[in-house]
Design a protein around this ligand. Structure first.
Ligand code: SF4
Length: 356
């Protein structure tokens, strides 16, 4: 079993992470044996699609603002979205808030301890449910993230490509999940993948499970897991319209709750057209004399690249009527920090010489 050599290694080498109660910390404080489920849930939602380095400061900021799930649940969604701005994948923040409300109002603030019940929570998929139940409750759940997939593919020398091989990986990972210290085992596998069994150059000579690793023995570890060829991402293009008034304020509006960047703050844009040049928005164009900034803003979302030409115009009259017509409101640069501005919108504002 992997756990026999991995857990002693983890006891010595576990990464210090702000959401983690490491074996060393538990030895120092025997009263605290498991991590608070709120902390595990919060960190795991943030870590979906985002690196540990980026998540650390956001996690600490959220705990500072909302130390308990009840406080997060009682907060306005816009404040949560604003604190989330920059982490990306904003549906996660909306689901985070919905989930906090459900835990606070329907579950009395207590997270369920098993995968089945955790899966009914908004934003909690199979991976997150397994991680919470293992790490916070020490249930023998099989936790398989990208790091664990890599370790398992190499340990068993699984040569079929992802994503087709995922089922086989999960079955192999389940066979290895120990009945005791399941939470530590899950975190140890993640740490092994992040620090030793790394994507490009696995450090097999210092690996605690090298003895039984088939990928190492076959000399193919660095080539695994294999991946099916990636689809080429399309490019969408648009014009962004930075309206300024004579006080230097900018017109911004809230995006619809559903869909990409739902509920976030945006600079008005024309349609986001795929595979062709952007088209000017006729309704916005007639409102002023516009100038385009040189160069384009580039951003990449999960499914497409995005290119934006930024246009700007200044208004001296009728600014309140204009805001009403566009469903928007005026904001000074000093306000930007408190708004739920996603990274792409910050890039647009910076391109228009505004500081965010
Ligand atoms: S021996 Fe090498 S390939 Fe195998 S699990 Fe360890 S680091 Fe990864």
């Amino acid at each position: 079993m992997i756990s026999e050599s991995l857990l002693p290694w983890y006891d010595k080498h576990a990464r210090d992470l702000p959401w983690r109660l490491s074996p060393r910390q538990r030895c120092a404080n025997p009263e605290r044996q498991f991590t608070d489920p709120y902390h595990v849930w919060l960190s795991e939602i943030m870590l979906q699609q985002t690196t540990v380095v980026t998540v650390k400061s956001y996690y600490l900021k959220f705990l500072d603002l909302w130390p308990t799930v009840h406080e997060l649940a009682a907060e306005e969604l816009d404040k949560v979205l604003s604190a989330w701005a920059g982490l990306g994948y904003y549906a996660r923040a909306r689901n985070l808030h919905r989930c906090a409300k459900m835990i606070s109002e329907d579950f009395g603030g207590v997270f369920p301890n098993n995968e089945e019940d955790l899966l009914v929570l908004p934003g909690v998929g199979p991976y997150t449910a397994a991680a919470i139940s293992a790490i916070a409750f020490d249930e023998p759940s099989t936790v398989v993230d990208g790091n664990v997939e890599r370790v398992i593919a190499r340990f068993y020398a699984l040569k079929d490509p992802l994503p087709g091989v995922k089922g086989q990986m999960k079955a192999c990972a389940a066979k290895q999940t120990p009945a005791q210290r399941s939470g530590d085992y899950a975190q140890a596998m993640m740490d092994l993948g992040a620090t030793i069994c790394t994507p490009r150059s696995p450090a097999c000579v210092i690996c605690p499970i090298q003895e039984n690793c088939k990928g190492r023995k076959g000399g193919i570890a660095a080539d695994l897991p294999k991946k099916a060829p990636k689809k080429i991402k399309p490019t969408r293009r648009t014009y962004a319209y930075v309206f300024k008034d004579n006080k230097g304020r900018v017109l911004l509006r809230r995006r619809p709750d559903k869909g990409l960047l739902g509920g976030m703050t945006e600079v008005p844009t024309s349609g986001w057209l795929e595979g062709q040049d952007p088209l000017l928005d006729p309704t916005l164009e007639v409102l002023a004399e516009w100038d385009s900034f040189q160069g384009i803003v580039k951003h990449t979302f999960t499914h497409f690249h995005f290119e934006i030409v930024v246009r700007s115009a200044e208004f001296s009259q009728d600014v309140s009527r204009l805001a009403k017509e566009l469903g928007a409101s005026w904001h000074s640069e000093d306000d930007f920090g408190a708004l739920a501005l996603p990274t792409v919108m910050k890039k647009i504002l910076r391109h228009a010489k505004l500081s965010t």
